[in-house]
Ligand binder design. Structure first.
Ligand code: EPU
Length: 436
């Protein structure tokens, strides 16, 4: 039943969905210079691939990041009867006309967070779906009560048995849904299901992240009627049928922000291309506050670091605030900035697992609840460390690039969940990084 999916980067067999463990080695202390092209946004791509189920036809998605989460979701669609063709690194054709169900079991989806989008898409098209309780990076409890609240408001029955979530409805009827917390996942999931409900759905207190707009644009291109994406009130007028379409994924603001941080951290001079600078305003403002020089030029940003960067306070917030996904990479930079700074994490309660590893490299950080107090040190020194999640991996990669000597990062496969061709991109700008 399973097939083998080839990407340009790797072969992997989907009946062993677990990624093999990887270890990378970095020789630190090099100034990075050059340009880095940013790929499509992971958190958008992982919503758009399940959304193709709603089309029941051929969708062509361009500017897709070449990351493991995209491979896994594509494989789940294949297993459910979709036809998939990759063209080069960035384009995928997904024909979902042959799909008759929407199902993902433990082996297919245990490491994925975005598997929850199969519920909204399956509910919309087939009025039912069954998916393993979502996994993903271990950064907090990550409830999905708001997704369930939304599905139930539309008329679905939701049950959780033996680790599988089942959603089912005779029909979906538009409703007014107020989200108790601002959540990207629930906002998109409700949009998916409501696109094929009878009547109008209103989501109040909706998330406003750029990928909410990207997902709404994709659905509208399929024939959905969604208005207000990007504001906190989204209105969806349900339609009977959607169709295939072509779409290009927006640039990855988190990948871009990570390269901006590492340019500053290595006192480098790096131009980040293929971006939407507006999506990067929070990180740009905070880096400027630290004394980093940033120059905007159309779809590019030039980031010039220096040795006099000062520590600052950051607080993670929903968009347009400082993104939680850049908090961990930013901690590595604050570790070597002059003076004392703080990081307050308001979104995920368990997102400080990288701190212990940074301390191993000489960082001076104290965590009290949701606040990390960082006293800048003159240097970090290379060490053996372990990535516990995707952005922790990115934080350690940055720390390795600035540290004296050699750093070995265990479980580096996490980095591949969100950073396409990261070793190639880093080597191109002067880093010494190898997989061992
Ligand atoms: N929340 C609830 N109930 C829900 C859903 C969310 O209480 O039903 C809470 C969460 O616990 C959290 C907050 O609401 O405190 C925000 O959660 P959100 O739904 O926005 O996050 P998510 O869907 O679990 C996605 C990304 C994350 C990213 C967050 C925030 C995917 C697959 N994941 O997670 O990406 O951090 O949005 O932008 O899209 C990453 O890229 O490293 C990553 C973890």
């Amino acid at each position: 039943m399973y097939s083998v999916l080839k990407t340009t980067r790797r072969w992997w067999i989907a009946d062993k969905v677990s990624e093999y463990m990887k270890r990378i080695q970095i020789e630190g202390g090099r100034r990075l210079e050059g340009s880095v092209e940013i790929g499509g946004f992971k958190n958008s791509a992982v919503a758009l691939i399940p959304a193709t189920i709603l089309a029941g036809g051929l969708c062509v998605i361009d500017n897709l990041p070449d990351i493991s989460d995209v491979d896994k979701l594509s494989q789940i669609l294949l297993n459910n009867g979709a036809k998939i063709k990759r063209q080069g690194n960035k384009t995928i054709e997904i024909d979902t006309s042959g799909i008759e169900k929407c199902y993902a079991d433990y082996d297919m989806a245990k490491e994925l967070r975005a598997s929850y989008y199969l519920l909204g898409a399956g509910l919309g098209r087939f009025k039912k779906a069954k998916v393993i309780f979502p996994g993903g990076c271990s950064i907090g409890t990550r409830p999905i009560d708001q997704h369930i609240k939304g599905f139930e408001a539309l008329g679905a029955r939701v049950s959780i048995e033996h680790g599988i979530i089942s959603v089912e409805a005779e029909k979906l009827v538009g409703a007014e849904i107020y989200l108790d917390v601002v959540t990207v996942g629930a906002t998109i999931n409700i949009m998916l299901a409501a696109s094929m409900a009878e009547g109008v759905t209103t989501i109040e207190n909706a998330a406003k992240e750029p990928h909410i707009v990207d997902a709404a644009n994709f659905l509208n291109c399929m024939g959905a009627k969604i208005k207000g994406a990007g504001t906190d009130t989204i209105k969806i007028k349900g339609v009977d049928k959607l169709r295939g379409c072509e779409h290009s994924v927006i640039p990855d603001q988190i990948e871009a922000g990570t390269y901006m941080i590492l340019a500053a951290a290595t006192k480098g001079d790096v131009t980040i291309t293929n971006i939407i600078p507006k999506h990067l305003e929070a990180i740009t403002a905070k880096l400027k506050e630290m004394g980093v020089k940033i120059t905007e030029n159309g779809e590019m940003l030039r980031v010039e670091g220096n040795s006099a960067i000062k520590n600052i306070n950051i607080k993670t917030l929903v968009y347009p605030g400082f993104p939680t996904d850049l908090q961990q990479p930013m901690t590595s930079l604050l570790s070597i900035a002059n003076g004392t700074g703080t990081v307050t994490e308001t979104i995920f309660e368990g997102r400080f697992k990288h701190v212990g590893e940074l301390k191993r490299m000489g960082a001076n950080i104290k965590v009290e609840g949701r606040i990390a107090v960082i006293q800048g040190v003159d240097k970090l020194s290379g060490a053996k460390v372990e990535a516990t999640d995707l952005r922790a991996g990115a934080a350690l990669m940055i720390a390795g690039l600035i540290a004296e000597g050699t750093t070995e990062i265990e479980n580096a496969q996490y980095i591949e969940r969100g950073y396409s061709f990261y070793r190639e991109k880093l080597i191109k700008i002067g880093a010494k990084i190898t997989e061992i």
